[in-house]
Design a protein around this ligand. Structure first.
Ligand code: AMP
Ligand code: GLY
Length: 423
């Protein structure tokens, strides 16, 4: 099968690395890809958001399956456009992807089926939002309702900070139209987990658990990022809580969509907080988590192409996913300055040495080939991922690999997985 993978981040490199092991794969293309993907197939000069370009290329090359990685093209209707052109595509339709693309809509769907989530109000004017926030006591969370690359959320301990966040989103419009609507939510407390499920329209298959590390700073401090590291599985979720998450969150949200005439196919990712009152939804995403999928795919033993095809063809009940019981951990190396401004174009060294280590894979995210040199080309640059006998062992290997890699301004958190390790 010829596969076109849309995107060019760490998630897409991990998907491609795993797809490359599928016996059914004959050729892979990436739109637009990155320096790591160069080795696994052909990077084509079509941007991930370019719906007409992707449809045109898929048609021209007679692609058998298009896998859409990032949320922007999913929310813009890329899968609908591919299907309309008679091309098989993995990912939710535009209407289904709204669960991620519009946090106000997601809240409405949750409310409809009493899915556990933080109490929230939705605002379209700064004035109303400000009055509401000023009347509240305790922490509030301010969220731009639209897509903001994982950065549109401000967790505020006092109303003055929340008002500042509202002003930035609604008046200064730092996230553009994504801030036309704002969700103001109660602040929840507890550890966070990422639960990713495959959905084929009917069957839901919940994957092993993972935990992300969103803030830039060690000890979960500083502004949020797209994710600075992740590990899988996490002891925070057991079989019982997984069943509860499935029956109280994933199934009802699918039912809520169905009652709106929307069928969900692809990956449904629930970002959850495990509060004293049980798991509550922080957000839904309509695609594989980045960097959660890096450790998950290093642990997946099943043929990924078969799994993706089962989702697309509505035959998910016929597959079963097998996982390596060993834990895996991914540490993101980012450009200095991220999640704020950073300078691209820094040469990266040590990639081959790190990648040669046993049970270590260096997934590329923001990288680019410049002649024989790989240079930085984004905020999150690499996702160094390792398997180990224990989480401690995986972390040791992962950081040993990280220490072999150098580029000017390189930054990583040194405490990925630390919370889950025994003191
Ligand atoms: P989201 O993109 O909605 O998942 O939010 C990004 C991050 O903000 C989450 O991973 C949490 O760490 C934090 N966050 C979001 N909503 C809340 C909430 N209601 N209470 C506390 N923290 C939150
Ligand atoms: N790691 C968080 C996300 O993929 O949104």
């Amino acid at each position: 099968m010829k596969v076109l993978l849309v995107g060019g981040g760490g998630r897409e490199h991990a998907l491609a690395w795993k797809l490359a092991r599928s016996p059914g794969l004959t050729r892979m293309y990436f739109a637009p890809g990155n320096a790591g993907l160069d080795d696994l197939g052909d990077c084509v000069p079509v941007q991930a958001e370019d719906i007409a370009g992707v449809v045109g290329f898929a048609r021209q090359e007679k692609i058998d399956l298009v896998i859409v990685g990032p949320e922007d093209p999913l929310c813009a209707g890329m899968v609908d456009a591919l299907q309309a052109a008679g091309i098989r595509a993995f990912g939710p339709s535009q209407a289904a992807a709204r669960l991620e693309g519009d946090k106000a809509f997601a809240k409405e769907m949750m409310r409809q089926r009493s899915v556990p989530t933080g109490e929230a109000r939705i605002f379209t004017t700064f004035r109303d939002a400000k009055v509401y926030v000023a009347s509240r006591e305790g922490g509030v969370v301010v969220k731009a309702a639209g897509l903001a690359k994982g950065k549109g959320v401000a967790v505020c301990d006092d109303p003055a900070d929340a008002i500042l966040a509202l002003e930035n989103i609604m008046v200064n419009r730092i996230y553009g139209a994504a801030g036309d609507k704002v969700v103001v939510e109660e602040k929840l407390v507890g550890p966070e987990v990422s639960i990713l499920a495959l959905v084929d329209g009917n069957t839901i298959y919940v994957m092993d658990s993972a935990q992300d590390h969103k803030p830039i700073g060690e000890g979960d401090t500083g502004p949020n990022t797209g994710g600075m590291g992740a590990y899988s599985p996490t002891r925070l979720v057991n079989d019982r809580s997984m069943r509860q998450i499935e029956s109280e969150i994933l199934v009802p949200i699918m039912d809520a969509l169905r009652s709106e005439g929307v069928s969900y196919k692809g990956v449904l990712y629930a970002g959850l907080m495990l509060t004293a009152a049980g798991p509550k939804v922080l957000e839904f995403n309509c695609r594989f988590g980045d960097p959660e999928i890096q450790p998950l795919l290093m642990r997946l033993k099943t043929d990924l192409l078969e799994v993706c095809m089962a989702v697309v063809e509505g035959k998910l009940d016929s597959v079963s996913l097998e996982w390596d019981p060993r834990p895996a951990i991914c540490v993101v190396m980012s450009s200095g300055g991220y999640p704020g401004d950073y300078q691209p174009g820094k040469p990266i060294t040590g990639l081959a040495e790190a990648g040669a280590m046993e049970d270590v894979v260096v997934f590329h995210a923001g990288t680019q080939s410049r002649g024989h040199q790989v240079v930085t080309a984004g905020g999150r640059v690499l996702g160094v991922t390792a398997l180990g006998d224990t989480l401690e062992d995986a972390a040791r290997r992962c950081y040993a690999a990280v220490d072999k890699i150098h580029f000017e301004g390189a930054y990583c958190r040194r405490d990925i997985g630390a919370k889950a390790m025994k003191p």
